[in-house]
Design a protein around this ligand. Structure first.
Ligand code: LFR
Length: 482
């Protein structure tokens, strides 16, 4: 997305969506890829549209995307194949292999990262010996790759680097111990840069192609979309939790220092790095991916559903009839999600949802329950008390999910902004450009003064959530067997 911010002295901010483009993964052979050139083309179209919308020259450009995935470049700078999608199964079994040389507790102590089968670390051990990795001179995470094509400058932005499972959250630098154990050459990575750092200028051919007048600076932002989304959590004070909802739900706390205890590892909490020296202490939950994949399956089966109607019908389905574990890696890959949800219910001896509305209700109840589990665990493990849960990202529009989350968590939920990643991205750029000033609290105050937020009060019986979870999920395991 291309966006524009303006600080009008009185402290207002306007976000204008100049362009939006689809992101369609492509499978060739047995590998699932990102269509990176199509994404880059979408970025160029976005720049062109942003230029057409602005009277003067663009003050800055910033790039964020999902985490962990990367492109490899050869010595001439040519891209060595399309980046592989983190949902590709190539990393299966990699964690177990690495555990034989680097025990999981040492890996956690060194990186503070939750176990996710697709972390860059495992993608790189899976790729060992491949022609592309052998020929690689440079590894650039997806937003850094786009920024490199725009500017010619290669860098590794810190918040996204922290999702590789190769970075030490205490030193905020690479972990040689982990890289050596995994046989990964750290010189593949370009120099680290912090959100807010200058990251070059648009190249002349980019200016020509987009019709922009130069110079246009590029600014490093929280290039991990979740890092940018957390910047735009419109909280005041420190006693808040956030749930960044979209394809994933990322539920947790903003901390000043990582929690690297064994208990934290067993609860599979991650210490990703945030903007301004913060730590994003959170757990990954499958998120609205579960519903997106159901919609895709129903359409493929010739029974397309309209989301707004489906959500209205789901609100009328009796709640908590059945739950699935929204952290289960069995839901990671694409493909027939309604069947996989039904199978999970059957395995748990729970009533199997039949209609799309029942399946949708099962998904939303399960997400709300997983949000509650994550926020309860995060508070216990970090020794913090939360009084408000902020739901940001696309799920902020989902009134049923927001209400169920308030009910399950027993906390007021403040929903919005839905475009949190874009806003957090723009605010960090705006600060570097001198258009806004201050720390995260100031940026959030600016947001609160600008956004329309919706508040959901908890209702219902909190104990009912606990008893449904005991009935259907038993003891959830947060770290899958490696
Ligand atoms: C959300 C996100 C998550 C990350 C997942 C995979 O878009 O960036 O934070 O765990 O995608 O990269």
């Amino acid at each position: 997305m291309a966006a524009q911010a303006s600080d009008r002295g009185a402290g207002t901010l306007r976000l204008h969506e100049a362009h939006r483009f689809p992101n369609r993964p492509v499978r060739t052979g047995d590998t699932l890829h990102w269509d990176i050139l199509s994404l880059y083309g979408g970025v160029l179209d976005g720049l062109r549209a942003a230029g057409a919308h602005t009277s003067g020259p663009l003050a800055s450009v910033g790039i964020d995307s999902w985490a962990v995935d990367y492109g490899l470049l050869d010595a001439s700078g040519a891209l060595l194949g399309n980046p592989v999608h983190y949902r590709d199964p190539r990393t299966e079994g990699e964690a177990a292999k690495l555990a034989a040389v680097l025990p999981p507790r040492d890996l956690y102590a060194a990186t503070g990262l939750q176990h996710l089968p697709f972390n860059t670390l495992y993608q790189l051990t899976a790729a060992r010996g491949s022609a592309a990795l052998e020929a690689a001179h440079r590894l650039l995470l997806v937003p850094d790759l786009i920024a490199h094509w725009l500017t010619g400058v290669a860098g590794t932005e810190l918040t996204n680097a922290s999702t590789t499972q190769l970075l030490d959250p205490l030193t905020r630098y690479w972990s040689r111990q982990v890289a050596d154990a995994a046989g990964i050459d750290l010189t593949l990575f370009a120099p680290l840069r912090e959100p807010g750092d200058p990251a070059g200028e648009l190249l002349p051919h980019v200016l020509a192609e987009t019709g922009l007048a130069g110079p246009v600076p590029v600014t490093a932002v929280g290039s991990h979309d979740t890092a940018s989304a957390v910047v735009a959590v419109p909280a005041s004070g420190e006693d808040f939790a956030y749930i960044a909802t979209g394809t994933w739900s990322l539920a947790g706390l903003e901390l000043r220092a990582p929690v690297l205890t064994e208990e934290s590892r067993e609860a599979n909490f991650t210490n990703e790095l945030g903007v301004d020296g913060t730590v994003r202490y959170l757990r990954n939950i499958m998120g609205l991916w579960l519903l997106q994949e159901c919609l895709r399956a129903w359409e493929a089966q010739g029974a397309p559903q309209r989301l707004d109607r489906l959500l209205r019908e789901a609100a009328d389905v009796p709640g908590l009839r059945t739950l699935v574990d929204a952290g289960d890696p069995a839901f990671l890959a694409p493909g027939d999600m309604p069947r996989r949800i039904a199978d999970a219910c059957r395995r748990a001896g729970a009533p199997v949802p039949v209609t799309p509305a029942e399946t949708t209700r099962c998904v939303l109840d399960s997400l709300a329950h997983a949000h509650r589990r994550a926020l309860d665990d995060a508070q216990r493990l970090a020794g913090r008390t939360v009084r408000t849960a902020h739901v940001v990202g696309g799920g902020a529009h989902n009134t049923l999910l927001c209400q169920l989350t308030a009910d399950a968590c027993g906390l007021p939920v403040v929903a919005g902004p839905a475009e949190a990643a874009a806003l957090g991205n723009v605010l960090v750029q705006a600060r570097t450009a001198g258009a806004v000033r201050g720390d995260l609290a100031d940026l959030r105050a600016l947001l609160r003064g600008t956004l329309e937020l919706r508040r959901y009060e908890p209702s219902g019986d909190r104990a009912a959530w606990e008893s449904a979870a005991r009935r259907f999920l038993g003891a959830e395991r947060h770290i899958p067997a490696t």
